[in-house]
Design a protein around this ligand. Structure first.
Ligand SMILES: NC(=O)c1ccc[n+]([C@@H]2O[C@H](COP(=O)([O-])OP(=O)(O)OC[C@H]3O[C@@H](n4cnc5c(N)ncnc54)[C@H](OP(=O)(O)O)[C@@H]3O)[C@@H](O)[C@H]2O)c1
Length: 341
């Protein structure tokens, strides 16, 4: 019996928070690979704030998803048919699978799809979408290359209980920093302190970030890893030290803005403090992912790092699950489970 591929395509570009009207649910038969090709069955997809940006028209670090195209998504899956000697049926892999149940990768698209084997001895499938996957790589290279932590320094990270934030804070602790998180709600703050070992966490939804920074960063802020932008960035800028590094990783507070994006108001603090603010795009570091994976898999194994994934089940739940990222309903890395095996 022919296999059917359920897919979710971009139907219309959103204004503000995406709704059901932005998506189209389609089906098509699954084809078999030709010479050099691989057929992958999706097991789990990474739901990322960046998806919101990919839905917009316009120039960015990557082309927008076209109307009518299967929504772009990274994922982990199982090779179910292969005519490529490097991939065998039964191998677990990660690739840009898209929001669909199957991806047929022709020989000439293997490199472009990012298809690589994943080793489940190093981490679980969901950890390969989190600390060992794209968000973990973002946290690793954003912190190590741009943030350049030194033992004894104070690091503040926003989105602390999320995918990137949990890696950044734990890694900064391992590198000897004082680590203060910023997250929405007491439960998330308790988790980053009690389970991840951060020194403190500021609940920005129920308390003043300004007062929290005064209390928990008595020696100022040497590194700010910014996942949210907006007002929180403005506030942290008032507490930075001389030669501070601000890692611009994301600005989720601005992604659904229907008016002009709010840029940093207090940027003259960079001048006064001889500080710098620098952006990071994780894909620039693809050649070095294996080194970061090896280091962080070691921390997972020896218990110096842990991870949390928030798993939503069922491809059809993609549209509603995605919006969780923008309300903070996700607790840990948001993953969409598509199939058991
Ligand atoms: N530059 C790169 O290469 C790269 C790569 C990956 C990710 N990123 C960026 O890194 C950031 C974190 O991504 P992630 O995958 O780790 O997501 P995540 O933190 O797992 O999930 C998003 C979180 O953002 C917080 N949030 C949502 N709206 C907010 C607002 N208005 N103000 C403050 N916080 C808000 C929510 O947590 P609370 O409950 O705490 O509010 C939510 O859980 C995003 O900005 C993303 O675009 C950048």
């Amino acid at each position: 019996m022919a296999l059917i591929n359920h897919q979710i395509r971009l139907a219309a570009r959103p204004v503000g928070l995406p709704t059901a009207a932005n998506w189209q649910h389609t089906t098509e038969p699954v084809a078999q690979p030709d010479d050099g090709g691989v057929l992958v069955k999706t097991l789990a997809l990474s739901l990322d704030p960046a998806m919101r940006g990919w839905m917009n028209e316009g120039k960015s670090y990557i082309a927008p998803v076209g109307l009518g195209e299967v929504m772009r998504a990274g994922g982990v899956g199982l090779v179910v048919a292969s005519k490529n000697p490097k991939f065998a049926v039964g191998d677990h892999v990660s690739a840009g699978l898209g929001v669909q149940e199957y991806l047929l990768i022709p020989a000439d698209q293997i490199r472009r799809s990012g298809l690589v084997a994943v080793d489940l001895r190093l981490g679980s499938l969901t950890q390969w979408l989190n600390v060992l996957g794209m968000p973990g790589m973002t946290g690793y290279f954003g912190l190590m290359d741009v943030g350049q932590p030194k033992a004894g320094e104070t690091l503040v990270v926003s989105g602390a209980a999320g995918a990137v934030g949990q890696t950044v804070g734990q890694l900064a602790k391992i590198k000897g920093c004082r680590v203060v998180g910023i997250a929405g709600g007491q439960a998330k703050c308790d988790w980053v302190v009690n389970t991840l070992g951060f020194d403190a966490c500021i609940d920005y939804k129920n308390s003043s970030v300004k007062d929290g920074l005064k209390q928990h960063c008595p020696d100022g802020v040497d590194i700010y890893f910014d996942n949210v932008g907006g007002e929180i960035l403005d506030t942290v800028l008032t507490r930075i030290n001389r030669k501070a590094r601000i890692v611009i990783c994301g600005a989720i507070s601005q992604y659904n803005a229907t008016t002009a994006v709010q840029g940093p108001k207090n940027y003259l603090s960079l001048l006064v403090n001889r500080a710098r603010m620098e952006g990071i795009v994780v894909f620039d570091y693809a050649d070095r992912y294996p080194l970061a994976v090896a280091e962080m898999a070691g921390y997972l194994k020896d218990g110096r790092m842990t991870s949390r994934e928030d798993v939503v089940e069922g491809l059809s739940h993609f549209p509603t699950a995605l919006t969780q990222l923008f309300t903070g309903a996700n607790f840990g890395k948001l993953v969409l489970k598509v199939a058991d095996h």
